[in-house]
Ligand binder design. Structure first.
Ligand code: C2E
Ligand code: CA
Ligand code: CA
Length: 401
């Protein structure tokens, strides 16, 4: 908590001078101030500001000297806004918003400084010499990539692959996880690590998320029918399709209503569907918890992904209606070499059992790890040792029924 600090300034007193280093901004509580610039010995008024207005913020944002002088027109009272208070808020803004702020400030300063005295040639030189910092170009790259991703989605360059999840006891496929793939004609195969965050942090997560659920449930329908047709009624009853759901998608609008519409359209039972999400969704607090509870009551299984890597994991365990826990690959891959990782895994399994939660170990890459994890009590396993994520047709072949 920061304490607000106020100062009283007498009429005609200067609050700061053009060219000073800025260390704080001010909010006017009472009175009016004049902002002016001095050119060739002449004072040029820029604006008069009054109650509730802020000034002095520019040099905090762009780290330049004060662009004008501010004088009290009458007795004024000001609240001081510290650099930290302002920058802390700005740093939380979207990088593109930060970029726009810097661009606007730069233009404003240029207009103020020059006040019509600049020649076109000066502007060209100035433009050439501006060293657009990496931050700005990264923010613009981000927008471009966002557009490319959405275009790719519209051009149907996305598909879903399915990675088998096996029962560790008999290593038979018990379900799968739907994983998004982007095969770009120009870039080739693009890793989800590059595009998932961009999708999840933009509004396109809604149409793309909707498509992922539709495609996964359409394929689930074919899987269940295939199992039944092969006489594997029990396998079909137990088969679980895991779909990754991001926080923004989950708390947007009527997530459950939309999910139910898609499910009814594809005519698949709720009991075969698992919603996989990380603890991060709990950052949305009661909205997320409320939605989780409604999904759970409706009959959807909830699985917590990347378990152990988040924060306050244990607290969330007691609040969320969880049926499955996925132990993160970072622990699984070290289970034999590192006693601490092994201790974490066995504690998670112990806790989960006590809470009636089933455990999936993800990222199993060899038979030895599969064996150790089964010994520790994990129910299910997923990883390259069993199978990589497969295109739908390959997955159907891997079902071997
Ligand atoms: P995740 O949900 O933790 O998915 C598991 C990731 O581990 C997948 O990476 C999978 O290919 C990889 N993996 C599986 N077994 C092994 C193994 O034995 N060794 C190693 N080294 N890796 C293994 P992928 O497909 O690249 O996906 C990365 C992340 O992107 C996912 O992590 C998930 O967070 C996100 N993601 C993928 N598809 C979707 C989606 O449809 N929706 C959402 N919201 N996120 C998705
Ligand atoms: Ca996952
Ligand atoms: Ca995971």
């Amino acid at each position: 908590m920061t304490h607000t600090q106020t100062v009283d300034i007498l009429r005609d007193q200067i609050i700061f001078n053009e060219g000073d280093q800025g260390d704080c901004a001010y909010i006017i509580e009472k009175g009016r101030v004049l902002v002016y610039m001095t050119k060739d010995g002449e004072d040029i008024p820029i604006s008069v500001l009054g109650e509730g207005e802020i000034f002095g913020e520019m040099s905090l944002i762009d780290n330049q000297v004060r662009s004008g002088t501010v004088k009290a027109l009458e007795d004024v009272r000001l609240t001081i806004v510290t650099r930290e208070q302002l920058l802390e808020r700005i740093s939380k803004a979207d990088t593109v918003v930060q970029l726009l702020m810097r661009v606007l400030l730069k233009r404003l300063r240029r207009n103020n400084f020059t006040l019509g005295t600049l020649k076109l040639s000066d502007l060209i030189i100035e433009n050439k010499s501006t060293k657009e910092d990496d931050q700005d170009s990264a923010a613009l790259q981000h927008i471009k990539l966002e557009n490319e991703i959405f275009l790719a989605f519209q051009n149907k360059e996305f598909s879903l692959h399915y990675q088998p999840i096996v029962n560790l006891q008999d290593q038979k496929i018990q379900g799968c996880e739907a994983l998004l793939r982007w095969n770009s004609p120009s870039l080739g195969y693009v890793s989800p690590n590059i595009f998932i965050d961009i999708i999840e942090n933009s509004s396109m997560v809604i149409p793309i998320g909707h498509w992922i659920i539709s495609q996964a449930l359409k394929d689930l329908k074919s899987i269940l029918e295939h199992l039944k047709a092969g006489g594997h009624e029990a396998a079909s009853e137990k088969f679980m399709m895991s779909i990754n759901i991001s926080g923004r998608q989950f708390t947007h609008d009527d997530f459950l209503g939309n999910l139910e519409d898609i499910r009814e359209k594809h005519d698949v039972p709720i009991k075969n569907i698992k919603l996989e999400m990380t603890e991060r969704i709990m950052l949305d607090g009661s909205v997320a918890l409320d939605c989780l509870n409604r999904c759970h009551r409706e009959g959807y299984a909830i699985s917590i992904d990347d378990f152990g890597t988040g924060f306050s994991s244990l607290q969330y365990l007691t609040q969320m209606p969880i049926s499955y826990l996925k132990v993160d690959r970072s622990f699984v891959s070290k289970v034999r070499q590192d006693n601490k990782s092994k201790a974490v895994v066995s504690s998670i399994i112990y806790l989960a059992k006590a809470m009636n939660i089933e455990v999936i170990a993800e990222g199993i890459e060899n038979a030895e790890d599969a064996h150790v994890l089964f010994g520790l009590g994990a129910h299910y396993g997923q990883g390259y040792f069993f199978a990589k994520p497969l295109a739908f047709d390959e997955f159907m072949k891997a079902l071997k029924v």
